[in-house]
Write a protein that binds this ligand. Structure first.
Ligand code: CP
Length: 306
C-alpha cells in the first residue's frame, strides 16, 4: 500500500482499509513500547486554520511516536502570513520546501484539494469546513471494527448536525463500501443529511432511513454516532441554531432503549448532547475512539512517508 494525498473518504477501497487497520493495530504495540525512530529524519507540518484538540494533537503525537519532527501553527489565520494576505497556494508551495507532509485543517470546503493541486509532498485533509474529515472517518471505522467486530451488516444511527457535519459525511462514504450496511439519519429538518450523500448511497444501493425521532431507532442499531450541533457553522442564523440545539440528548433513558452490545460514538468535542452520566456505561466508546485516532494517524503517516 502506498498513499499520497489524503483528501476524501471516497479514495479508499476495502483492501486498502484492511491494510491500514492492520498497520494501525501494530501501531498500538509501537506506542506501548514507547515509539520508534523509523522516521527520525522526516518533518510534518500542521497547518490549522480552524481550532482543534484531537486531530492536531494526535497527528503531532503520531509523528513524535514515529520518531519524526513537527513544525506547527495552531491558528494559521492569525499566526501565519495569511494574515498579511498570502494565498493558500503560496503557503503550501513554501511549506513544500520545509516539510515532508502537510496536515491541514481549513474553514473552506475544497481547500485540501486546492492545496494538493500545488503540492509535491502529501497533503492530509484534517477537515475542510463542512466538507470532509477523512482521517476521522478512518479512525471511526477502526473503532467500529474493534468494538463491534464487523462492518458488513452494521446498523448505525448518525444523529444531530448531518447537514454541516464533515465527520458523518466522510463516514457515510466509507461505510457505503461495505455489504449490507443500513444507516439511520436522525436530524431535524434544518440539518438533514445533504442530497449529494443520499444520492451516492442510492447509486450504491445502500439502505438508509431518515428519521426525526431518536428513540425510535435506538433499539435497532449497533452504533449510535452522536454529533454536536455546530454553532460556528450557522453564521448569523442564530434563530436556526436555537431551534436545533439540544434536540437530541443521550442520557440514561436512552441507554435503557439501546441494545446491550451496542456502542455510542462521538467525534467530540461534545457540549450537552451526551450527558456525563453516560460516560461510565461500557457502551460509551467516544474516549476510546479518540485514542484510536493516534494509532490510525500513525499508520497513515507511516504510509504517506514510507
Ligand atoms: N474530532 C475532531 O476533529 O476533534 P478536534 O476538532 O478537536 O480536532
Amino acid at each position: 500500500m502506498k498513499l499520497h494525498h489524503i483528501i476524501e473518504a471516497q479514495q479508499f477501497d476495502v483492501p486498502t482499509l484492511d491494510k491500514l487497520f492492520e498497520i494501525s493495530k501494530k501501531m498500538e504495540t509501537v506506542v506501548q513500547e514507547g515509539g520508534t525512530s523509523d522516521f527520525h529524519n522526516r518533518i510534518m507540518s500542521t497547518l490549522f486554520y480552524e481550532p482543534s484538540t484531537r486531530t492536531r494533537f494526535s497527528f503531532e503525537t503520531a509523528m513524535h511516536r514515529l520518531g519524526g519532527r513537527v513544525i506547527s501553527t495552531e491558528n494559521a489565520r492569525e499566526f501565519s502570513s495569511v494574515s498579511k494576505g498570502e494565498t493558500l497556494e503560496d503557503t503550501i508551495r513554501i511549506l513544500n520546501g520545509y516539510a515532508d507532509v502537510i496536515v491541514m485543517r481549513h474553514n473552506e470546503v475544497g481547500a485540501a484539494r486546492r492545496a494538493a493541486a500545488v503540492s509535491a509532498v502529501p497533503v492530509i485533509n484534517a477537515g475542510d469546513g463542512a466538507g470532509q474529515h477523512p482521517t476521522q472517518a478512518l479512525l471511526d471505522l477502526y473503532t467500529i471494527r474493534k468494538e463491534i467486530g464487523k462492518i458488513n451488516g452494521l446498523r448505525i444511527a448518525m444523529v444531530g448536525d448531518l447537514a454541516q457535519g464533515r465527520t458523518v459525511r466522510s463516514l457515510a462514504y466509507l461505510l457505503s463500501k461495505y455489504e449490507d450496511v443500513r444507516m439511520y439519519f436522525v436530524a431535524p429538518q434544518l440539518l438533514r443529511m445533504k442530497e449529494d450523500i443520499l444520492e451516492h448511497l442510492r447509486e450504491r444501493k445502500v439502505e438508509y432511513v431518515e428519521e426525526e425521532e431518536l428513540a425510535k431507532v435506538l433499539p435497532e442499531v449497533d452504533v449510535v454516532y452522536q454529533t454536536r450541533i455546530q454553532k460556528e457553522r450557522f453564521g448569523d442564523r442564530i434563530a436556526d441554531y436555537e431551534q436545533c440545539r439540544g434536540v437530541y440528548i443521550i442520557d440514561e433513558s436512552c441507554l435503557r432503549l439501546m441494545r446491550p452490545d451496542s456502542i455510542i460514538m462521538h467525534p467530540l468535542p461534545r457540549l450537552d448532547e451526551i450527558r456525563m452520566e453516560v460516560d461510565n456505561d461500557r457502551r460509551a466508546a467516544y474516549f476510546r475512539q479518540a485514542q484510536n485516532g493516534l494509532y490510525v494517524r500513525m499508520a497513515l503517516l507511516s504510509q504517506v512517508l514510507g
